[in-house]
Design a protein around this ligand. Structure first.
Ligand code: HAX
Length: 430
């Protein structure tokens, strides 16, 4: 049975050969044209990266290594990490080996706790997470080996070592951030008997008599694991990693992107919206009340949080995964019922409104309601959970990019005068 390192070591020569042959045969193939509008508008839709860990299809949603995310919902996140890295799920003994490797690396250095306890407890939890990952760079094997003259064929091994070290410590660091941020100041030690997500859940310290919060965390950390290479956090991580900064530096940078309100922070806004509805109507509104409320909001020029997507054109399968969980575990919870009723009325309203290209719910429309049900009520912490999960995808992408020798990122920028010259326009903005 192969460890993750052995399995990667077996596959990487073939991946390198495949890429070499692809470029020899078709390196000069034109695959896209770029418009001025795309250059000005955030490179939307411009192909400029290779990412084999996952793909987001408008009509299907997230596909991990060829498998729709809905078919992976019952898998543990560390299984999915193995899949992201290698293209196949681990068998039981391979998973056990990966667990052992994570357990061996899970001790968080004391200086990380000193740093986190020294930060004001009202620091944003994403700032604390990014700072903790950044400080962990002291442990980077990649940086040390690079300084000693590591051969470029071995970069991926050092990237894997740093990734395992980081992922092993993330649950304890993230749970510690929750405890510090919520004023508890005492940390709950890890339980080596538990899997990655369940251990994170128990270190948060929320009541979980039936073990369903641990199940929710397994689901949450699996569903958020990766989303192609072009989203802001993955792209940022990739760019920083491309200059051979260590995985800790690269993932910390990716987290800073995830912390933005147009990216990972959206989930806290979605729950705020649902609670606003609950307070306004004193509970679950009727379908008519909710329909009027949604229309009034649209007429005010506001968006409906949790609906729409830059790529998707169907109900996000990750929404469906959470919805199935909620139906099973907390179908009578008022907050969940409001989410459910919004799902019943909002798509038709958005279709009739005619602005949003995607009238369907995304993952953020529901994830917060489930966390809230279990007593995780600090909205500003939600993106940390997202970040812990997304670190799986960031690390997998980094390891593969170091294996394939992906070079430094360096797209060209243009001046406005160059664009004007290309468009033939001589007009100037006053
Ligand atoms: N409610 C009302 N109007 C919406 C809408 C919504 N939920 N989603 C899009 N629109 C509007 C846009 O504001 C835009 O209006 P104008 O033409 O008047 O400018 C129009 O529909 C076209 O937008 P689009 O092309 O369909 O959507 P974008 O790709 O530009 O934006 C967003 C995608 C997710 C940002 C957008 O749908 C939105 O703001 N949704 C609500 C916030 C939200 O749920 N964010 C979480 C996204 C999930 C994620 O990626 N998390 O990391």
């Amino acid at each position: 049975m192969a460890s993750l390192k052995e399995e990667l070591g077996n596959r990487i020569p073939d991946l390198r050969k495949e890429l070499r042959e692809l470029l020899e045969g078709g390196g000069s193939t034109v695959i896209s044209q770029v418009t001025m509008s795309q250059v000005v508008h955030g490179m939307r839709g411009v192909p400029g990266l290779v990412c084999d860990t996952s793909l987001v299809e408008p009509e299907k949603g997230l596909i991990i290594r060829g498998t729709p995310i809905s078919k992976l919902a019952a898998r543990k996140p560390e299984e999915v990490f193995y899949l992201l890295c290698t293209g196949r799920l681990p068998v039981a003994r391979e998973l056990e080996t990966l667990h052992d490797e994570l357990r061996q690396r899970s001790a968080v250095p004391a200086y990380i706790w000193d740093l986190l306890f020294a930060m004001p407890s009202d620091s944003h939890p994403m700032t604390m997470l990014s700072a903790a990952i950044l400080a962990l760079e002291r442990e980077s094997v990649f940086r040390k080996r690079y300084e000693q003259g590591m051969h470029k064929d071995e970069y991926w091994e050092a990237a894997l070592e740093d990734s395992l070290a980081l992922l092993a410590k993330l649950p304890a660091m993230a749970a510690g951030i929750y405890r510090i941020h919520t004023g508890k100041r005492t940390l709950i030690p890890p339980n080596p008997e538990l899997d990655w997500a369940a251990d994170y859940a128990q270190m948060l310290g929320l009541p979980d008599p039936m073990g369903e919060f641990q199940n929710l965390m397994r689901l949450y950390l699996t569903l958020h694991c990766d989303h192609e290479g072009g989203n802001v956090s993955a792209f940022t991580c990739h760019t920083v990693g491309s200059v051979l900064s260590s995985p800790m530096l690269a993932v910390s940078a990716g987290m800073n992107g995830l912390a933005g309100p147009l990216h990972g922070l959206a989930n806290q806004e979605c729950l705020r919206f649902v609670l606003e509805i609950k307070n306004r109507f004193g509970g679950v509104p009727s379908t008519e009340q909710l329909t009027d409320f949604v229309w009034a909001r649209l007429k005010d020029g506001s968006v409906i949080p949790g609906y729409g997507h830059a790529v998707l054109r169907v109900t996000d399968p990750r929404f469906t995964g959470f919805h199935d969980f909620g139906d099973r575990v907390c179908a009578q919870d008022e907050v969940f019922r409001i989410v459910d009723r919004l799902y019943a009325v909002t798509p038709a309203i958005l279709q009739s409104h005619g602005h949003a290209k995607d009238p369907w719910p995304n993952v953020d429309a529901i994830s917060g309601s489930l966390l809230y049900h279990f007593g995780l009520e600090q909205f500003d912490y939600y993106t940390v959970l997202f970040g812990v999960s997304r670190a799986l995808g960031m690390c997998a992408q980094l390891i593969l990019n170091r294996a394939l020798g992906t070079p430094i990122m360096r797209p060209r920028s243009m001046t406005t005068d160059q664009l004007k010259a290309l468009s033939g326009s001589k007009r100037r903005v006053a």
